[in-house]
Design a binder for this molecule. Structure first.
Ligand code: HAM
Length: 422
């Protein structure tokens, strides 16, 4: 027998048993963003490699180690998008959306990073992201955070996520801080591991993210980024905190939160859960006021976030928030070919009369017993039964599959009894 072909490691199928929960998650968050007036944007999955190296930064984990990059048949270097912000900015510049305009956008789709797969971390994963262009105040930063808080409430996970917040200031403030941090790290070089030594040279702020407990211990005395912030960034951050306080959103200021992508300035934030082990960041974002200009557009302030949908699905499952309406409401059970034709016609009529009702017809024949088993298997709450008598009389038997009662109704009147199912 030929060897079966398997999916690529870290890239998962979403099976029919899982898709209802994904759909529930996606429709909940889409409803939230549309309640704030945001519009969808769709970008290609593949972009020119230098878009990502320029936007995300040459010395980031994503660009150094994690991108799926290949030459196409013309010899052009292309990359499967590791995130959505770079492509969204590219699309905005290219289509003239960012010139003296304001846009509030969202997107959803697969992203690719060649990381070591583990629970909550995959090589193909899905993000839901939001990007706002043309607004520079802390009010929109606050709105994005309020919007995410609303999503957690509507998903029933608000009690299980916490918000960490920081300001990383202007590029100049960060350059000053970077020097102070390097000076400090040099004094403790003997404690640093290889990774941190390398980062100290290339991207020292990332040393603050270390998981190494010995290094974390020395970092307690390290200079703090907050002490190096420029005045405008300080005011922006203070106002953001006020707005969040006024909205009743709890947060913890984490001076070591710097995020792993280079384009950020001022506000950065992460929503974290302790319920998923090591991969606990379910959503991350911040301001990136310099990126549009850096990628060739006119200077445009911008802010956004993205959330990892696999992580949210895992949380919903862990917290038993995964009740979803089964894919089928009504199962059409029929005896013989004549009844089957009547059944299909009745099913069509019901789909018109009760919008949103999901009706599945039984195919392949077999006894009533077999058909009822199938109805249970697909999760239907009602079976409509058409035997010879019903066909002859223009009636149909309605069997409540949860409660067990059965009644016979006129085919013309059945729609009213099914409205309650949606
Ligand atoms: P990020 O922090 O790299 O930010 O990713 C955002 C979220 O995507 C993470 O918090 C996590 O939930 C999820 N995620 C990332 N990598 C993986 C993975 N390998 N497997 C599963 N989930 C993952 C960004 O991508 C920025 N573009 C966010 C942003 C938008 N900032 C401003 N605008």
């Amino acid at each position: 027998m030929a060897k079966t072909i398997q999916a690529i490691r870290g890239m998962n199928d979403c099976l029919p048993s899982q898709s209802p929960l994904w759909q529930k998650l996606e429709s909940t968050i889409k409803n939230v963003v549309s309640a704030y007036g945001y519009s969808e944007v769709r970008m290609p999955i593949v972009e020119a490699t230098h878009l990502f190296s320029r936007a995300i930064g040459e010395v980031t984990d994503v660009v150094e180690k994690e991108m799926y990059t290949f030459d196409d048949r013309n010899g052009d270097s292309l990359t499967l998008r590791p995130e959505g912000t770079a492509g969204c900015v590219r699309a905005g510049i290219e289509n003239g959306l960012l010139y003296n305009q304001e846009h509030r956008l969202w997107y959803i789709g697969p992203m690719f990073r060649h990381e070591r797969p583990q629970k909550g971390r995959y090589r193909q994963f899905h993000q839901f992201g939001v990007e706002v262009f043309g607004l520079n105040g802390p009010d929109v930063d606050a709105e994005l955070i309020m919007m995410t808080a609303r999503m957690w409430r509507e998903l029933g996970i608000a009690e299980h996520v916490r918000l960490e917040l920081n300001s990383i200031g202007s590029p100049q403030a960060r350059a000053n801080y970077r020097q102070a941090l390097v000076d400090f790290l040099m004094q403790h070089e003997s404690v640093l591991d290889e990774d941190s030594k390398r980062r100290m040279q290339t991207n020292p702020l990332r040393v603050l993210d270390t998981k190494n407990a010995d290094i974390q211990a020395i970092l307690v005395d390290a200079p703090q980024l907050g002490d190096y912030l420029d005045d405008e960034s300080k005011q922006h951050f203070a106002r953001l905190c006020e707005l969040l306080d006024a909205a009743g959103i709890e947060y913890q200021v984490n001076h070591r939160l710097v995020r792993g992508l280079d384009y950020y300035n001022r506000t950065v934030f992460e929503w974290i859960t302790d319920s998923l082990g090591a991969q606990g960041t379910v959503c991350g974002g911040g301001r990136y006021d310099g990126l549009v200009e850096q990628l060739g557009g006119k200077a445009t302030p911008a802010v956004g976030f993205a959330m990892g949908l696999e992580r949210l699905v895992l949380m919903l499952e862990n917290l038993n928030q995964d009740d979803v309406r089964p894919a089928v409401d009504v199962y059409m059970v029929t005896a013989g070919e004549g009844a089957m034709a009547v059944g299909m016609k009745l099913a069509e009529r019901l789909r018109e009369q009760v919008p949103g009702l999901r009706v599945m017809s039984h195919f392949g024949g077999g006894s009533f017993k077999k058909q009822f088993k199938r109805a249970d298997k697909v999760g239907a709450s009602v079976a409509l039964v058409l035997g010879e008598d019903e066909v002859a009389n223009g009636t149909v038997a309605l069997k409540d599959l949860k409660g067990g009662e059965q009644q016979t109704l006129n085919q013309d009147e059945i729609a009213a009894s099914l409205k309650a199912l949606i």
